[in-house]
Design a protein around this ligand. Structure first.
Ligand SMILES: [Mg+2]
Length: 168
């Protein structure tokens, strides 16, 4: 169980991720979390830097899809701005939306990375699907009250990972 919470890779931010590096690992598709990964929690504001980052991956031939537990309105707004599909109310870590996303992307699990800031939704769900899981630190400290409780658990898990040398 604990291993399923451990990301395969950790990046400082999405902007530290390069199409060339991921392609060299056989990755062709990206499943992207929305809140605190692409944009600040609860925000619809899409920075120019994010548009440019998504465009670089598109131009490199990657398929991208947002998979978010958030409500449809915001997910669709951001997805539309970025020109990529978006699946709202995804109920991560359950597999349903990850499977739908793979169908949309047209990629196999081993060709697909999931990028997100939460161990108990993005990383657990991605690992259960055998995707390449990439964790990035949350963009803001604002979150649901329920998420804040989960963060406490995340800190305990990370402590265990550190002890085992899995978290650097
Ligand atoms: Mg998130």
């Amino acid at each position: 169980m604990l291993e399923k919470l451990c990301p395969r890779y950790r990046a400082e931010s999405i902007f530290a991720l390069e199409p060339e590096t991921l392609r060299a690992q056989g990755i062709k598709g990206l499943i992207l979390d929305l809140d605190n990964t692409l944009v600040e929690w609860g925000s619809e504001i899409v920075p120019a830097e994010l548009v440019a980052w998504v465009d670089r991956f598109k131009k490199a031939g990657f398929k991208l899809c947002i998979v978010s537990n958030a409500v449809p309105q915001r997910v669709e707004a951001v997805a539309e701005t970025l020109g990529i599909p978006g699946l709202p109310q995804a109920t991560k870590p359950f597999k349903t939306s990850f499977k739908r996303a793979l169908a949309i992307l047209g990629t196999a699990p081993e060709e697909t990375a999931v990028i997100g800031d939460q161990l108990f939704t993005d990383i657990l769900g991605g690992n259960r699907m055998d995707l390449y899981t990439i964790w990035t630190p949350p963009l803001s400290e604002t979150e649901f009250l329920s998420t804040r409780a989960v963060r406490r658990l995340e800190r305990l898990v990370v402590k265990r990972f550190r002890k085992r040398g899995l978290w650097g």
